[in-house]
Design a binder for this molecule. Structure first.
Ligand code: CA
Length: 244
């Protein structure tokens, strides 16, 4: 079997992948496999070490264990998401739906359970890096109006469109990711499976209840009349559409 070409950004340095894991053998295996694919690797053994390192040298993606010697990996995600959108792939022995939902809801991008196939983890990493790059595409809109709100996708701020100041609206990381995908295709249907994969990762295509929950919250925050939305529309059985 031939491996796909490693992904290296044109004219850029190697992507930096940050491994947060307390098992030395696993760190070694990940390091070897990541380096073989032209990634630069940084590693931390504890959650606090990870937070300090991520702040001093922001990585392009993070592979994160949940069971760490000091703070829980979920806490690391919460802390990181206060300031960073870096793709986070959880790599954990915990396999219950509750663990997965918990990690994804606080802002993880993907979840791989141990034992895992290295090739699959690498494929998910490539997907996470691609998604991240897509979000910052040069032709993407920067500021979009929804009703009386102005959504600044670059600054990640929602402010009253009247321009006379007023309080910002706060959105969760999950709400941001859904909104970004919809706003990048104004007037177009974005399929539920595409949204679920884009926001939660592969394997979540059936979880349309996640979308219903978060779309309802987005409407309550952004629509003048959430019961009769004008901008964040449901296409029954298919997906959602942002109507400018
Ligand atoms: Ca561990």
């Amino acid at each position: 079997m031939t491996l796909p070409e490693p992904r290296v950004r044109k004219g850029d340095t190697q992507p930096v992948i940050f491994v947060v894991e307390d098992q030395p053998e696993l760190v070694r295996a990940l390091r070897i496999n990541l380096r073989a694919r032209q990634y630069e690797v940084l590693a931390a053994r504890t959650g606090r070490e990870a937070l300090a390192l991520a702040a001093s040298r922001p990585p392009d993606a993070i592979i994160l264990d949940l069971g760490l010697p000091d703070i829980d990996g979920t806490e690391v995600i919460v802390e990181l998401r206060r300031w960073s959108k870096v793709p986070i792939i959880v790599l954990s022995g915990r396999s219950s739906p509750g663990d997965k939902i918990g990690a994804l809801d606080v802002g993880a991008d993907d979840y791989v359970t141990k034992p895992f196939a290295m090739a699959e983890l690498m494929a998910r990493l490539r997907a996470a890096l691609r998604r991240d790059e897509g979000e910052f595409a040069a032709d993407a809109p920067r500021t979009v109006a929804i009703g009386r709100w102005l959504v600044d996708l670059a600054a990640h701020q929602v402010t009253p469109g009247s321009g006379d100041g007023g309080e910002q609206l706060r959105l969760t990381p999950t709400e941001w990711r859904i909104l970004e995908m919809l706003l990048h295709s104004p007037g177009q249907l974005v399929g539920s499976a595409q949204l679920l994969t884009g926001v939660w990762g592969p394997g979540f295509q059936q979880r349309t209840n996640y979308l219903r929950f978060h779309m309802a919250r987005l409407r309550r925050k952004l629509e003048d009349n959430p019961a009769r939305p004008c901008h964040l529309l449901t296409e029954s059985g298919m997906g959602y559409r942002y109507q400018p």
